[in-house]
Design a binder for this molecule. Structure first.
Ligand code: GTP
Ligand code: MG
Length: 203
């Protein structure tokens, strides 16, 4: 799969601000600082498309990026959105604001007919936290397809990565769960993720 185009389209804090043009959506969710925006930059190969920060809580709006892609050796072309969500589990955000945010994001996730699947990002170095487990079961409970991505895979060796993937499966309670290790620094996992997205778009 070749990405032919990647452009920022819109930021939303309310429904009215969602893009008018509807296209299939691939959504990225995860704790603050887990690497959602970095993954979008890695996937598109556009360095500063999504804003990255070492300070958690950087992304505060639902951000839509329009992508064009074409299949290798075929004439197939597809357009879709990558959707970057604000991180959850950010302690510094006040309780009221957190509530407002989770209501808005839940509303988005529950009422997006274009949504194809959610990539839930979990830092490969740590066991899933309570907020990760709660988010995962909320998605499953609501019938939203989830692909778990273990981020920052460059920070661990191969064996340690495999161990952490097993731990993620165990703690999320799904033995057969597919977990994709990803490194935005090395672009590891990129072509696998693009294949998953492509297959979904072709269905
Ligand atoms: P919020 O917008 O605050 O929710 O964070 P985010 O999930 O979008 O994380 P972001 O992409 O801004 O990355 C957070 C930090 O992790 C930055 O310092 C990145 O450089 C770093 N980071 C992200 N992905 C990777 C990765 O694959 N490997 C390494 N080593 N660092 C990464
Ligand atoms: Mg971000």
């Amino acid at each position: 799969v070749i990405i032919t185009q990647a452009v920022y389209v819109a930021s939303a804090v309310e429904r009215e601000q969602y893009p008018e043009v509807k296209m299939p959506e691939i959504v990225f969710i995860g704790r603050s600082n887990v690497g959602k925006s970095s993954l979008i930059n890695s996937l598109t190969r556009v360095k500063n498309l999504a804003r990255v920060s070492s300070q958690p809580g950087k992304t505060q709006t639902i951000n839509f990026y329009a992508l064009g892609a074409k299949g290798e050796g075929t004439a197939d072309r597809k357009s879709f959105y990558l959707v970057d969500l604000p991180g959850y589990g950010y302690a510094k955000t006040g309780k009221e604001r957190r509530k407002m945010w989770s209501a808005f994001i839940e509303d988005y996730l529950l009422h997006s007919p274009q949504l194809q699947f959610v990539c839930q990002l979990i830092d490969i170095r740590h066991a899933p936290m309570r907020s990760d487990i709660e988010m995962f079961s909320w998605l499953v409970r609501n019938g939203i397809p989830v692909l778990v991505i273990a981020t920052k895979a460059d920070k661990l060796g191969k064996n340690a990565c495999a161990k952490q993937v097993a731990l993620i499966r165990q703690m999320l309670g799904v033995a057969e769960l597919s977990v994709l290790p990803y490194s935005s620094v090395k672009n590891e996992g990129r072509s696998d993720l693009l294949d998953v997205i492509w297959d979904t778009l072709l269905q």
